[in-house]
Design a binder for this molecule. Sequence first.
Ligand code: ACK
Length: 818
Amino acid sequence: MRGSRPRGAGRRRPPGGCGGDTLRTPASLAGCYSAPRRAPLWTCLLLCAALRTLLASPSNEVNLLDSRTVMGDLGWIAFPKNGWEEIGEVDENYAPIHTYQVCKVMEQNQNNWLLTSWISNEGASRIFIELKFTLRDCNSLPGGLGTCKETFNMYYFESDDENGRNIKENQYIKIDTIAADESFTELDLGDRVMKLNTEVRDVGPLSKKGFYLAFQDVGACIALVSVRVYYKKCPSVIRHLAVFPDTITGADSSQLLEVSGSCVNHSVTDEPPKMHCSAEGEWLVPIGKCMCKEGYEEKNGTCQAPSPVTNVKKGKIAKNSISLSWQEPDRPNGIILEYEIKYFEKDQETSYTIIKSKETTITAEGLKPASVYVFQIRARTAAGYGVFSRRFEFETIPVFAASSDQSQIPIIAVSVTVGVILLAVVIGFLLSGRRCGYSKAKQDPEEEKMHFHNGHIKLPGVRTYIDPHTYEDPNQAVHEFAKEIEASCITIERVIGAGEFGEVCSGRLKLPGKRELPVAIKTLKVGYTEKQRRDFLGEASIMGQFDHPNIIHLEGVVTKSKPVMIVTEYMENGSLDTFLKKNDGQFTVIQLVGMLRGIAAGMKYLSDMGYVHRDLAARNILINSNLVCKVSDFGLSRVLEDDPEAAYTTRGGKIPIRWTAPEAIAFRKFTSASDVWSYGIVMWEVVSYGERPYWEMTNQDVIKAVEEGYRLPSPMDCPAALYQLMLDCWQKDRNSRPKFDEIVNMLDKLIRNPSSLKTLVNASSRVSNLLAEHGPLGSGAYRSVGEWLEAIKMGRYTEIFMENGYSSMDAVAQVTLE
Ligand code: ACK
């Protein structure tokens, strides 16, 4: 196809009088349409500088072309010459506005093409084209109805370079026919208000380096005001201390690209962080996280170490001991929880001792006389350990010398002998290599001492959950696992709910040297009993043992003043069940699966630690503004006192029946496998946007039905793969249920391959499921079909059932799929 520059290109009009956001027709142009033989000049009404600012692109869109921002010639070609023409206008800053128009509504057989210049796709395989145009209503044209059109066509042609321009019309691939949502009439012109249409189309997958666009007019009256071509990207972000690069979205509109993040400086990870870039340019389904390395603390998405201890001074030195003191590091970067003091005999570094102390002084005892010892000290904050100080060397005094403070009396020979023998025993023990491991120091209760030999630091193996009940003094458990926070660091802002022990509030936490955080604050109401206090703080003793992105994070506790409080991270969207009910139908399947994946990852972590939750339900999951779900509610009097869903069983225990596995209800067999059952129910709650499991059935009916093999039917529009996973979680034999790590893997697979979620459980098998599985209930649970349908929220179908002869539960039980 060959063509010429449109007439009028390069001609510039002086600035018009338009301003503001409303598009107005200059009065002088109002009559332009009375004889539309030539292209009218009404398009100058669109030449508002305001339009430029009004249409700034979102941050996840990258423009490949924006006709509004091209300062010089666009280089577009019109064919034939008397078809599209450019109205060369300028805005009030004399910047050109490229508007193309055509209006051959009175002439037969129009075929007017406007070709753009070559547009590089910059590596994107899916691009979007946003058109802004006005279009004249044919009905309002005097006499032009026979030939007038109200649409135009958009095409593209891919090529690797600019040489592909002279191609034939029929080589272009049609993108779409574009119609106006609003066309304008003579009246609109009279009112000087224009109706600007915006249409967006996308094209992909693209396989070459670039493309041309073409606009074909077949007899309409159009002004193409702007053409913006862009691709979408997920913009670079830092989440959970991992950097995710700018990522161009995939070619397919349902594609999710898995992107690996890299940990920021001084951070590490167990589970490599990943996110998924959606076709819309949103980051979805964050997985894993990085954590600041020992000694570094998180601040604004980076890790900075607390400065090392510098000022170490010797105190009293005796033949077997050295006392030291030091000052807090200059930049503690948080509250110093304790110090770790490492020391060893000079040149014997492979055999060293570590003392932990909450004070800034220690005495290292059991040292050899007249020997040089090397000391290094480091501080620990909530973020972990800082780096060790430089080495400080101090020497014990000889056996027969006086102590450095001159206060020691001479040692009698017997003591020397005993001492030497004891020393020999200790050294022998050391050399035998059997001293690796951990021993609690008998000294100051604030100090702990560990010995290391040949680099064998005590490795406790896989961390396991410690039941706070195993502590004689529950207060000790709280302080072992939870940081004490001063009440003055907390600002309570508002009450957000009621917990079993008192109000739940939102507020802010500002710890010295840390940035302010939004937090949730659970309070213990006044007049509590000792048992209530213990149970309340028990949750903190449990929560404080966990560190996982899908487990609610404990900031600390307030126990030294009243009210007693538990402070956790703030989850903007509150509990999952309420959130889903409020947003019924609002999420994509991938978003729902992302939520489920998070919950499963949190549960995997808990089961790896040997913790059985026992009350896993959507009401006990919290969700934040990024839709990250976190498992919460770790009450000590597990389950059950504080859960309104929990009911007493015949054996006297209180159990949330609808969420609990049959073996846990029947004989209190709570295991990670029973948590998996509950997880299946949570899946069902999530996919059905917070529907109540088993609807209005009574607990007794639920127990009976489940025992008889009944299972919840698939929620509406549920991907078959998800429903199958639910059914797997509800296997009667608990050993046949999937483990949480298998569930996580399965969900990851689905997320990586979203098309696997497109197969839904179809409506007829949902109904057959309802009928087949509800069958046992016909034997007595419901007196009529109507009652049964009401119970399963299908009451509106009662009439249809009756009309088709299914008037009794027995008849219903006979229904087949056909
Ligand atoms: O559904 P919600 O808004 O979420 O109402 C309940 C209420 O407190 C009583 O438990 C909310 N809640 C509990 N913990 C948190 C938290 N960490 N962040 C935000 N809201 C929370 C819960």
